[in-house]
Design a protein around this ligand. Structure first.
Ligand code: SF4
Length: 300
């Protein structure tokens, strides 16, 4: 049983957690730690979990599981509740919740992409209660110009893919792993993906789709935390829960506990190698079956 933290340390931790929240980070994971701050956070979390009032005694945290941090003293509890609750969790309306996440993102300078020529942040677009969500890699030149994901040539192909599934673009939600255009359309660095993707995770947790389709290796690897090839990643469903997701009574769908995730080729890759369109169609058919979708009749 760990000792109780010194009030000064506790206050310092509250300030540190608030700092992380301002960076868009709300989730803290138990890991083997060597640095004193991380060790203190881990000890603090253990205290909370051992607190019978927390109702979580003996709960073992696993990677990607959100820390539920509550302090036993009323005034500090308020301090920590404010610090660790994601602001969108206070509203049940998904449109308002997405707006809150966008406001939280602000004029983001959290990763190097903010100073590498972006014109604007490309947040995401579509139906806030979509059953199907597409996640790409990052904005290109057209997306950077228009502020909307998938509006260039790759976007046109994605629209055709969606139409072939028997639905319209307006029925799905579309976003990217990083929200600022990487210069020269380079692949975003891992650090950039890791810094930006918590906001995407929050968007997914608000939309609560039945299926997420990861478009390309960067999206798939970031969402699944796997470093496999496209050949290994495609052709099956994964059980997916956005990192840090916690359901609660205020949720717009309290029964949502996660969704399926499928991987297919990025439309930009399919433009470069159209021979792979048949493979992508197989992936989409798998998704259609899961969602009960039928392709449109030939004359529509
Ligand atoms: S890519 Fe994401 S984390 Fe990086 S500056 Fe843009 S919005 Fe912020």
């Amino acid at each position: 049983m760990p000792g109780t933290l010194d009030p000064e340390v506790r206050r310092a931790l509250a300030a540190r957690i608030r700092y992380y929240n301002e960076m868009g980070i709300y989730d803290f994971y138990r890991q083997p730690v060597s640095d004193p701050t991380a060790a203190a956070i881990a000890e603090f979390q253990t205290e909370v979990e051992d607190d019978p009032e927390s109702g979580r005694s003996g709960d073992v945290m696993t990677p990607r599981k959100a820390a539920l941090v509550r302090a036993p003293v009323a005034v500090e509890e308020t301090e920590f509740e404010i610090a660790v609750s994601k602001p969108e969790q206070a509203v049940s309306d998904p449109v308002s919740a997405l707006k809150i996440i966008r406001e939280d993102l602000g004029d983001c300078t959290r990763c190097p992409l903010h100073r590498q020529g972006r014109k604007q942040i490309v947040f995401g677009v579509g139906n806030p209660t979509a059953e199907l969500m597409f996640v790409g890699e990052g904005p290109g030149a057209d997306e950077d110009e228009q502020g909307e994901p998938f509006v260039g040539r790759a976007g046109q192909l994605l629209n055709n893919m969606i139409k072939a599934m028997g639905i319209a673009r307006e029925q799905v939600y579309i976003a990217n792993i990083v929200k600022c255009r990487p210069p020269g359309n380079r692949t975003p660095e891992r650090e950039e993906c890791e810094t930006c993707s918590p906001f995407l995770m929050r968007q997914i947790a608000v939309v609560k789709p039945k299926v997420v389709v990861a478009l390309g290796a960067t999206a798939a690897k970031t969402l699944l935390s796997m470093n496999s090839s496209m050949g290994q990643l495609r052709g099956r469903f994964y059980d997916f829960k956005p990192a840090g997701f916690r359901n609660d009574a205020q949720s717009n769908n309290p029964n949502w506990t996660g969704c399926k995730l499928a991987v297919t080729y990025h439309p930009a890759f399919l433009l470069r190698d159209p021979r792979q369109k048949g493979e992508a169609w197989k992936d989409l058919q798998m998704v259609m079956k899961e969602l009960g979708l039928k392709p449109p009749a030939a004359n529509t």
